[in-house]
Design a protein around this ligand. Structure first.
Ligand SMILES: [Zn+2]
Length: 458
């Protein structure tokens, strides 16, 4: 089966997909119909000129293009692990039409010229690249960046991801300073004094493995601090990669009070528990209740299971999954964090935290749907329409809209292996596992950016 990539500089596409299930969380529609795309726009079904390619959509689902709020593209400075070109191909392969590039590159994206440079490289990429600018100069946590200039250059949010804004005073000033831009502060909620020296989530598994444990309070104290500051200043706060039920409860209560707060969770914090560090390889919803005693000597201490925040315990992971199901979590964001092998295939305590996610996120979500933990509509809302809305992007399958969509086969399965991934990096504990859901076609901004066997890119 041929696999092809296109890019956003290609000519707009025209095609018909006949008899596919069209599922659009933007208006709740869900039904079998023909999708007509003419010159990059969705057209009403009746007006199809001759000579337009007609594809068989039976058994396939069409949904709005996925939007990732948290992607590490590693360019500039980490091109051995990923580039804007390779990372956006990985995005298109995973059904994403937008990625938000995180600013913790080398040098960091803390100046307008650097933001503009990344955006210009993204123009010929295989997915739309939006930029999250650094909140403080050099991400040093001392002086705020020039937010108005960065916003004018195209930044869609601000974050010192990798670390929290170090002091309440600075976080408060940032929330106030962002007010005129209307853009959110994206917080990596982790108190460094509580997280320092830890390697995995505190609990029975950490105790048994003898690894220093990260207490859930490391996340909660920053979440509570920032919620208080957002409430007081009226600033827009987005909490990324939440990993504890306690933090989610605090967010729910703040939302009820009208605080301008949103949040996301990663696919790995939903699907993998801290037992994965001991070698478990079943998803949280398939794990038996009493995993406390199990240790798989062959897969334990895999550095690719080290992430920040660390993988949650199973109860918290399942609570987060309920948060996606009930909509109190706004988005699933990958925290795609490519690393070369020499940084992850090492002793657990030496491993660089983070795993890739763009090519596996949708399949993990579909596995949760197959397990009955989520509806497909809730999954698609958390991966497409809701994160897109947070950065001001429209999504939807209505006639007249720009074609921005993913076509996937929910019944097909694929094996995660180096040769199946287009990211420059392969640091994921999912290698060797078989996952549901194969993306067949990704159309970004009216252009076919990924085609697996549909015949539009040959
Ligand atoms: Zn982070």
């Amino acid at each position: 089966m041929s696999t092809q990539f296109g890019d956003l500089a290609d000519a707009p596409a025209s095609f018909v997909i006949a008899g596919a299930r069209m599922l659009d969380p933007s208006d709740g529609s869900d039904g079998i119909r023909d999708l007509v795309v003419l010159d990059g726009r969705i057209a009403a079904g009746s007006e199809v000129p001759n000579g337009i390619p007609r594809l068989d959509g039976r058994g396939l689902i069409v949904a709005p293009g996925l939007c990732d709020l948290h992607t590490h593209l590693r360019e500039p400075g980490g091109e051995g692990a990923e580039t804007i070109a390779s990372g956006t191909r990985a995005a298109a392969h995973g059904g994403f039409t937008t990625v938000c590039a995180m600013p913790n590159t080398d040098p960091p994206l803390d100046e307008a010229a650097r933001v503009a440079w990344v955006i210009s490289l993204g123009r010929g990429a295989s997915a739309r690249v939006r930029v999250i600018a650094a909140a403080t100069r050099g991400r040093a946590g001392e002086t705020l960046t020039e937010v108005e200039d960065l916003a004018a250059a195209g930044a869609v949010a601000f974050s010192d991801d990798g670390a929290a804004i170090p002091t309440a005073r600075l976080a408060r000033t940032a929330l106030q300073g962002l007010g005129p831009t209307g853009l959110p502060l994206i917080e990596h909620a982790e108190d460094p004094s509580l997280a320092a020296g830890t390697m995995m989530r505190a609990g029975p598994v950490a105790t048994r493995l003898g690894l220093p444990g990260w207490p859930p309070s490391a996340e909660l104290v920053i979440v509570q601090r920032d919620l208080a500051l957002a409430e007081e200043t009226g600033g827009r706060l987005h909490l990324t990669h939440l990993s504890t039920a306690a933090a989610l409860d605090a967010v729910r209560r703040a939302k009820d009070r009208g605080v301008r707060v949103t949040c996301d969770v990663t696919p790995h914090h939903l699907s993998m528990s801290d037992a994965w560090v001991a070698g478990e390889r079943r998803f949280t919803w398939d794990e038996p209740d009493d995993m406390a005693g199990a240790l798989d000597a062959e897969t334990a201490f895999d550095g690719r299971c080290r992430v920040n925040p660390p993988l949650a315990n199973r109860d918290d992971a399942l609570a987060l999954l309920r948060g996606v199901a009930d909509g109190s979590i706004d988005a699933i964001a990958t925290d795609h964090a490519p690393h070369p092998p020499e940084r992850t295939l090492v002793e657990f305590g030496e491993a660089a935290p983070g795993m890739i996610g763009l090519e596996t996120a949708f399949s993990i979500g579909l596995a949760a749907v197959d397990a009955g933990c989520l509806t497909l509509a809730a999954l698609l809302a958390a991966l497409s329409t809701r994160p897109a809305a947070l950065i001001g992007e429209e999504r939807g399958l209505r006639p007249g809209a720009e074609a921005d969509l993913v076509v996937f086969d929910p019944a097909a399965r694929w094996r995660v292996e180096r040769g199946a991934l287009v990211s420059r990096s392969a640091n994921t504990p999912l290698l060797g596992m078989t996952l549901p859901g194969v993306v067949r076609l990704t159309v970004a901004g009216g252009r076919v950016v990924f085609d697996e066997g549909m015949g539009l890119l040959v």
